[in-house]
Write a protein of this length. Sequence first.
Length: 296
Amino acid sequence: MLSQIDSFILYLATERGLSENYQLSTRNSLETFANWLQQNRGITETTQIELGHITDYLAERKKNGLAASSLRLIIIAIKIFFRFLVARKHLPTDVSDALLSPKIEKYLPETLNEQEVKNLIESVATERPLGLRDRAIIELLYASGLRISELVNARLENFNEEDGFIRVTGKGNKTRVVPVGKSALEAIENYLSSERPRLVKPKTSSEIFLSIRGGKLTTQRVWQIIKKRAEEAGLDSNVYPHLMRHSFATHLLSNGADLRVIQELLGHADISTTQIYTHVDQKRLKSVHKQYHPRG
C-alpha cells in the first residue's frame, strides 16, 4: 500500500500539478490510514481493504475528537486515492465510493460593533512612540477590509494618497484596488509624514508599515499590536486583525451596501464566501428586534 501511495503522490505532483502542501497533507492522511490498517487489522495490501475498514477508521478518528472539517479532508484523500487505483487497474472496484462526507458546521465570524471599533481606534495615543503607525494600521484594516498579509505587504508605490485608493495582492496572487476611507487616509498621512521617516534605515524597502528596526512588519507582530491596543482600549472580546475585516464587511452590509460590492472589496472569488455576512447581519437584526420590540 505504501508504494502505491508513493505512486499516487507522484501522480498528483506531475500530472495534476497540485501544490507541495496538498501533496504533503494527502500523503500524511493516507500513510496514517495505512499504519492504522496494519496495526489494527493486519492489512498491508489495498486489495484487502473493505468499506467497513474505512468506516471503522473514520469512526475511531471522530471518537478521538477529530473535527468534521479534518475528517472531510481525510475522506477526500481516501476517495481520490481509490479512484486512482481503479483507474490504474490496481483494483477492480472502488470500495470507498459509498463514503459520505460529514456535514460541516458553519461558524459565523465574530465582529466588533461600530462603537467598539471607534473606541479601539481612538484609544491609541498617537503622541506615544509608534502610536501613529499603530493607529494607521487599525484604521486601514477596518477602512478597507484588508487581510493581514495584504497589510504587511502594502507598498508606498501602490498607495494613491490623492485619490484615496490602495492596490493590494491577495490570495492566488490576485491584485485588487480598494478605496481607503477619509479617517484612514488622514491616519496614514500623519504616519507617513511624521513617524515613518524616523523608522527608515539604510536597507529599508518600500513597505508602508515598518518595524522599529526599519524592516517589514511580520503578520505575527501585527497580531501582537492589535491585541495589545485592544487590551489598552478595555475591550473584553478577543480582538485580532481578521476581526477588523469581518467588522468591515458586516458594518457595510448593515448600512445598506450591496453584497456584490462587498465581495469585490474583500477580494472573494465566490459570492458564497461573502454571503456568510448576511447571516451575521440577520443575527444582529434579530438581537436588536428582541431587545427593542415590545413583543420581541
